[in-house]
Design a protein around this ligand. Structure first.
Ligand SMILES: Nc1nc2c(ncn2[C@@H]2O[C@H](COP(=O)(O)OP(=O)(O)O)[C@@H](O)[C@H]2O)c(=O)[nH]1
Ligand SMILES: [Mg+2]
Length: 261
C-alpha cells in the first residue's frame, strides 16, 4: 500500500491517489486494493465506491464447473484469444480448496503463468476459507475493483458445486458452464442446477471418449427446459490443445450482443 496509508481507513484524498495509481498500471496498488475490499469491505467502503464509480463498461463472464473439468486451462487459452484483439483481461479464480493443500491453486498459477508478464492481464486467486457464502460475497467486490481499474473483460472462475458459487453467477453477464464427457454420471453437477444457469455450455476434454454423446445429452435436456429468448449453444473443446476456443469466444460474444438487444 502507499507509504503511511492505513489500508483499512483510507482518507478520501488518499483513495483518489490510490485509484490513480491502479489505473496507471501499478500492480502492487491493485493487489492491495483487492485485498482491502476482500478482507474488510466496510472499512474499505470509500475505496470500493471510488472503483464502482469508474466501473460499468466491462464484459463480465463467469466460467463455472466442477473441480478438474479444465476451467483454468480454458481461461488461459481464452486470454490468448482476447489479447489478440488488444483487449485487457482481469481474472478472479475462486478455489475453495484449503490453503494448506492448495494443489489446485498452484495448478491455476501454472496454467495461467503464460500471461504473468503481460501488462494487459491480471489474475487473482481467492482461496476458500470454509465459509462459502463469505467467499462468494467477496467476488463481486473484487470484480468491481478490476472493472474500475480499467480491464475490458472480466473472467470469474468458480466451482459449480454449491448454491453460493451459483450465486456468484448473478454478478456476471454471461455464464459459461463447463462439463466433461461423462458429466451426466455426476449427481453433484445435476444438483448445482447447471441446466438453469448456463448461457453457453462447454463439453471440455472432447479428446476423451463420450464427448459427442455428452453434448447431445445436454442439448436434449436444454431443449426440454423452458423456452428462452436465448438458446444456449453447446460446444466441444480441448482446452489443452486450444481446440474450439475461437468458437467459444464467438458464442460468448454472441450472447453479449443478445443482451445488448
Ligand atoms: N485430456 C484433457 N485434459 C484437459 C483438458 N483441459 C484441461 N485438462 C487437464 O485437466 C486438469 C485440470 O485442469 P484445470 O484447468 O486445472 O481444471 P479446473 O479445476 O476446472 O480449473 C489438468 O491436468 C489439465 O491439463 C482437455 O481438453 N483434455
Ligand atoms: Mg481452476
Amino acid at each position: 500500500m502507499p507509504t503511511g496509508v492505513s489500508r483499512t481507513t483510507p482518507e478520501p484524498l488518499v483513495v483518489g491517489e490510490w485509484v490513480d495509481r491502479v489505473r496507471n498500471g501499478d500492480r502492487r496498488a491493485l493487489a492491495q486494493a483487492i485485498s482491502a475490499v476482500e478482507e474488510d469491505p466496510a472499512a474499505a467502503g470509500d475505496l470500493l465506491e471510488a472503483f464502482a464509480a469508474l466501473a460499468g463498461g466491462a464484459m463480465r463472464i463467469g466460467i463455472t464447473g466442477a473441480p478438474g473439468v479444465g476451467k483454468s486451462t480454458l481461461i488461459s487459452t481464452l486470454i490468448s484469444t482476447i489479447r489478440t484483439e488488444e483487449r485487457t483481461v482481469g481474472v478472479v479464480a475462486v478455489d475453495p480448496s484449503s490453503p494448506l493443500t492448495s494443489g489446485a491453486l498452484l495448478g491455476d498459477r501454472i496454467r495461467l503463468q503464460d500471461h504473468v508478464d503481460d501488462p494487459g492481464v491480471y489474475v487473482r486467486s481467492v482461496a476458500g476459507r470454509g465459509h462459502l457464502g463469505g467467499l462468494s460475497a467477496a467476488v463481486p467486490r473484487i470484480a468491481t475493483v478490476l472493472e474500475g481499474a480499467g480491464f475490458d473483460i472480466l473472467l470469474v472462475e468458480t466451482i459449480g458445486v454449491g448454491q453460493s458459487e451459483v450465486e456468484v453467477m448473478h454478478h456476471v453477464d454471461t455464464t459459461v458452464v463447463v462439463v466433461t464427457p461423462g458429466w451426466g454420471d455426476s449427481v453433484q453437477t445435476a444438483k448445482a442446477g447447471v441446466l438453469e444457469i448456463g448461457d453457453v455450455y462447454v463439453v471440455n476434454k472432447a479428446d476423451l471418449a463420450g464427448s459427442a454423446s455428452a453434448r447431445r445429452d445436454l442439448e436434449v435436456m436444454l431443449a426440454m427446459g423452458p423456452a428462452r429468448s436465448w438458446k444456449p449453444p453447446v460446444l466441444e473443446t480441448v482446452a489443452t490443445k486450444g481446440v474450439g476456443i475461437d468458437e467459444l469466444w464467438r458464442a460468448v460474444e454472441a450472447h453479449q450482443a443478445h443482451l445488448r438487444g
